[in-house]
Design a protein around this ligand. Sequence first.
Ligand code: RM4
Ligand code: MN
Ligand code: MN
Length: 400
Amino acid sequence: MKMTSAAADRIIGRLLRFQLEVPSWGFADTGTRFGKFLQDAAAVDLADKFEDAGCTHAVTGITPTVAVHVLWDFPDGYDPAVKRLAGEHGVRIGSINPNLFQDQRYKFGSVTNRDPGVRKAALGHVFDSIEIGRKTRSKYLSLWFADGANYPGQADIRRRKRRAAAALKQIHRALPPGMTALVEYKPFEPATYFTDFFDWGSSYVFCKAAGPRAKVLVDTGHHLPGCNIEQIVAWLIDEKMLGGFHFNDRKYADDDLTVGSIDPYQVFRILNEIAAYEHETSRDLPIAYMIDQSHTVKPKVQAMIQTTCTVQELFARALCVDRGALAASRDRQDTVGSEEVLRSAFSTDVAPLLRAVRDKLGVPRDPLGAFRASGYEKRAARERRAKREALPAAGDQSYA
Ligand code: RM4
Ligand code: MN
Ligand code: MN
């Protein structure tokens, strides 16, 4: 596709306004239910996570915020000093993620548990998380409920649905102005028979019950095989119910692989729905773009930089779609022609656009290459190994 300089400027302008949030848990040691593989350079504490996030932001220029997981990042409660600590590393605290899945009392659910005491404790944790978000001026409370059942007959599906809706209402009432609750869904795991927040429709129903500041969060890894995620995204955009994304890729289940490592065309098709809407309305869609990945074998910061650059690159390609040509070929009911418009954007060489964006952001033209050459990982491994050795033997707190 030939691009006019006005078109190139428009794309560069949009990419300069495109930012992604990185997850604190993506920098820490992580594993599967079978165990963890440790990395010397993995973050030991919150300061390391901010340092890694800051480094990712320094080379990419588009990741100024860090999502925090309350239990893992503030095990001893929230300390206001962490705001300054993030700032020292050039980042800010972003979305707040309560943890409603690790405590023993959540064995049979959190907000859907039949025991009112457990439901109260779960809500209490969410309220504490909201309070942290208020102090850190976070725009998003990001909710993932692992609630569900493992066997047919185990639980009353309708009653659990009503309890979830009631909890969402209470959470919504507690949100300070300017904060939005994002409601994630996932078809299975850890529950094997059903989860209570199992697909976009369930999150949609709960958000609608809660109020206007609850929106659906699409985690790209949380769909059954073959699911048409871009259609879900298009519907949510049209319903004004899309809150944001947790980007990651998967081959089989919730694999938390780096974005686009398995199916970059799918990410392109999702971002194409965003670009199409923005083209039609001449407005940026006000949603949260976040990464949710835990890297088991890839070095953490490299994986995060790779992911960040991939999403940026695929968004650049989606912005290259010739909307006029697409509309015209749809008018002719030209199926092949319409598909070719998408394919040609997907295969556009966007390197010159990305170079221009990175020059304007004042970051290296090859962020991953610059990081790999920087010696950061070696130094981090040395320092963090020593830090780890000086620590009392740590309990196996989390998988991430
Ligand atoms: C879940 C879900 C949540 C994330 C946890 C760590 O599968 O994706 O967003 O907070 O993992
Ligand atoms: Mn997620
Ligand atoms: Mn997940």
